[in-house]
Design a binder for this molecule. Structure first.
Ligand SMILES: Nc1ncnc2c1ncn2[C@@H]1O[C@H](COP(=O)(O)OP(=O)(O)OP(=O)(O)O)[C@@H](O)[C@H]1O
Ligand SMILES: [Mg+2]
Length: 272
């Protein structure tokens, strides 16, 4: 059992896990453009019913993301190393496309280059992610980084934050999939966080702009990652992103604190 769930009665533990699933799924899919509200997301996940007039894709995305969270929880207890196939399975969950497009593979690395526009002052820069031909090699390096991070014993809060930031930033710098990279990064970088006993870091949807800006600042400072460059060339430039993640963490910590308070109240009533 994860340390942040310790000593909670089964009903309170299940309620906390549902709250985390709803918040994580809602914020991460909303950042990407999903139109379901937190309430609608919870309703779809808990009741298995649809929201009238909302796109089918939005429903499929939240169901897929909730499934992906279960996969993340399974990974935490697993002994074997994370493999390419695990990332492909996770990608299939977050990208529930039904129309097959060979240029937009689901459950496989990208085959076409991808880029984003970064606005820096008055300049607009086309920033390219890693070239598709370098992705298999770079992702082997990323998997090695993930493995080494997860092998470290008893991470304190600061180390955990650093581990999350490094895995998140390196994943999105490669941008190994044609789409879904943000949601994938926000899921997989939480494995060492939960393994260290903490609740997941959940990026608030209201802070999307700061999230993108802090990542962009890092991208611009290190340039495009290729098979010939280092995966994390300049971690000194991670400062703003780390501070942003530390602030974002308070959302899930608040939910855990509330569950603990509820548990304490119950114990006090039982004793009297
Ligand atoms: N300048 C940027 N503009 C947009 N995304 C960026 C930028 N810099 C880094 N990113 C990362 O790329 C992600 C978007 O990539 P992609 O569209 O593949 O992911 P997604 O999961 O479909 O969308 P989203 O991350 O928006 O949910 C962002 O969430 C962020 O993690
Ligand atoms: Mg996208």
């Amino acid at each position: 059992m994860f340390a942040f769930l310790k000593d909670l009665d089964t009903d309170i533990r299940d309620a906390l896990l549902a709250q985390l699933r709803n918040l994580w799924t809602h914020t991460s899919t909303a950042i990407e453009g999903n139109t379901l509200t937190l309430g609608e997301t919870a309703f779809v996940l808990e009741e298995g019913l649809t929201i009238s007039g909302k796109p089918l894709k939005d429903h499929e995305e939240v169901v897929g993301h909730a499934k992906a969270i279960d996969f993340i929880y399974d990974l935490i207890g697993r002994k074997s190393d994370l493999a390419e196939k695990d990332l492909f399975d996770l990608h299939k969950s977050v990208q529930p496309e039904r129309v097959v497009d060979v240029y937009k593979p689901v459950g496989a690395w990208k085959i076409e280059p991808n880029s984003t526009v970064i606005v820096s002052g008055n300049d607009q820069i086309i920033f390219e992610y890693a070239p598709p031909k370098d992705v298999p090699e770079l992702m082997q390096d990323w998997l090695a980084l993930f493995q080494n991070t997860c092998k470290e014993k008893a991470l304190n809060r600061e180390d955990t934050l650093m581990a999350y930031a490094r895995l998140h930033v390196s994943f999105v710098s490669i941008h190994p999939f044609w789409d879904g990279n943000g949601r994938m990064a926000r899921l997989i970088a939480n494995v060492p966080v939960i393994r260290a006993g903490f609740p997941p870091i959940i990026i608030p949807k209201e802070r999307r702009q700061e999230y993108i800006e802090s990542l962009s600042e890092y991208h611009l400072s290190v340039g495009t990652v290729t098979a010939r460059s280092e995966l994390l060339p300049n971690t000194d430039k991670l400062g703003r992103f780390i501070r942003f993640c530390a602030e974002s963490w308070s959302e899930s910590i608040k939910l855990v604190d509330n569950a603990r308070k509820k548990q304490l109240e119950r114990k006090t009533i039982e004793r009297n």
